[in-house]
Design a protein around this ligand. Structure first.
Ligand code: ADP
Ligand code: MG
Length: 460
């Protein structure tokens, strides 16, 4: 078994003799080896800026040093937090293989993304209720404030507007200020997988007695339970039933429950009434699209955090172009920075920005994944729930692949996120669909026409 920490230590000792102490402190010290994929050592950088710098200036040196360790590793790659999803199984494997003495380091593998904090969240008209409610819940989880009950706290709003950021902020705050409290964050897809696993284990183990004991144990023994994207509970009646019981048990014991969704409870189809009324029983807080001023503030904050520099014109340009999804806004900024680095312009101006985003059709104001999914569904006359379901009928599969292809082509969303949009599919499935349609589009006139028609529906 490869011990990546040991190899990295050795690598560093070679690297340290090759570069200045300052460069070492600034860049090498901040890298963490997290896994191995295809004989490549994957290092986690603390910021996009660090990733770019290391890739550009130090990768060769690291590669050479790695070679001297005589391990089976032949290359290195540097990634940032957002990309860890692509290496989930490798990271899991690396963690399992970590030697015993690494236990304290494991503890450092936190549940919450460090940069998703209240401090890093820009507050404005469109999200202030959700922000203040989240803070209040983080400070006093489970307790009622006067007449107002914040339990459950239900945060809803479109994709990319900060719901997950707020959940992690609550998590980070509680971990730091009430370390004695047990907080559990779970995306609904993960909950679904756990549930499916519980069912299959149960079938084998205790015939007929569906107690889901281990499953429920995990969720009832917490002080704060956060379930992200509960719209994915749609149509999952068995799981809804279990969530209902967990909810009641936690609630009755004064535990805090926080939920997010892309729509309010009453718009979540096939949600059992009793669960819906539980979801609505506390505080409903929405997050809306940020105004221009907020978008500018968000870009500036991100620049400050990641030590990035761009011209003021560029800040304004990005804020104007990307007005409905903060993830896309951030993605555009990263794209500009990466592009500028590529052409050796460390301080991008407006022309560089335009150039960088030239092929970025998401410039079409407001286009997002649900527009694309809706257009594909109405073009093929299939239901939105079918397209994200596991159904494998020919026409649904085709429509689904085309929707996936268009999303990868038109939006710069991470593959993992696209997988989530389609009912928690793996990123490899997304790549497969994209490539298949890319090829089909060239080979089949019909597919090419379908894509053209759908783009027409989107005014592209
Ligand atoms: P959602 O869960 O609503 O789809 P996320 O919480 O994943 O959205 O947010 C998408 C990205 O936008 C994240 O990188 C997040 O940090 C950033 N973001 C969202 N809202 C804000 C905000 N108000 N201030 C700063 N960054 C934000
Ligand atoms: Mg989210």
């Amino acid at each position: 078994m490869i011990d990546i920490n040991k190899i990295w230590k050795e690598t560093l000792s070679y690297v340290s003799s090759e570069i200045t102490a300052v460069a070492y402190m600034l860049w090498m010290d901040s890298l963490t080896p997290i896994c191995v994929k295809d004989n490549t050592l994957i290092l986690l950088a603390p910021s996009l800026h660090a990733k770019i710098t290391v890739n550009k200036n130090y990768k060769d040196i690291i590669r050479k040093a790695l070679d001297k360790t005589r391990s089976s590793l032949i290359d290195v790659d540097v990634i940032i937090d957002e990309e860890t999803g692509l290496y989930a199984s490798e990271i899991d494997a690396a963690r399992r293989n970590a030697p015993q003495m690494e236990a304290p380091a494991q503890k450092k593998q936190p549940q919450f993304i460090a940069r998703y904090t209240f401090d890093n969240f820009v507050v404005g008209e469109s999200n202030k209720l959700a922000y203040h409610a989240s803070q209040s819940v983080a400070q006093n989880p489970g307790s009622a404030e006067g007449f107002l009950s914040f339990n459950p706290l239900f945060i809803y709003g479109d994709v990319g507007l900060g719901k997950t950021h707020l959940l992690h902020s609550i998590g980070n705050y509680i971990t730091e200020n009430h370390p004695e409290l047990k907080v559990l964050y779970i995306p609904t897809e993960k909950l679904t997988n756990d549930y499916i696993e519980a069912i299959s284990n149960n079938k084998e183990g205790e015939k007929g007695s569906f107690t889901f004991r281990s499953f429920r144990e995990k969720y009832r023994n917490v002080d704060v339970l956060m379930i992200d994207d509960v719209q994915f509970l749609q149509k999952k009646t068995g799981l809804q039933d279990v969530v209902f019981h967990i909810f009641n048990e936690l609630y009755q014991n004064g535990k805090q429950i926080i939920l997010t969704s892309d729509r309010p409870p009453k718009e979540i189809g096939t949600l059992e009434d009793r669960l819906r009324s539980r979801f609505e029983g506390g505080l409903l807080a929405d997050v809306g699209a940020p105004n221009l001023e907020m978008r500018i503030a968000i870009i500036r904050k991100k620049m400050l955090l990641e030590k990035l520099a761009v011209n003021d014109d560029v800040v304004y340009y990005l804020a104007e172009q990307f007005d409905s999804n903060i993830r896309e806004l951030e993605g555009a900024l990263s794209k500009v920075i990466l592009y500028a680095n590529l052409i050796n312009k460390p301080y991008p101006d407006i022309n560089t920005a335009k150039e960088a985003l030239k092929n970025n059709q998401q410039k079409k104001v407001g286009l997002d994944s649900s527009d694309i999914i809706n257009a594909v569904c109405s073009y093929f006359h299939i239901g939105k729930s079918d397209i994200i379901s596991k159904k494998k009928t020919k026409d649904i599969v085709e429509a689904r692949m085309i929707a996936i292809f268009l999303i990868t082509e038109l939006l710069s969303l991470p593959l993992v996120t696209i997988g989530q949009l389609f009912g928690g599919r793996d990123h490899t499935t997304i790549i497969h669909s994209r490539d298949k349609i890319l090829a089909a589009q060239k080979e089949s006139k019909e597919v090419a026409r379908q894509i053209k028609d759908i783009k027409g529906m989107l005014n592209l």
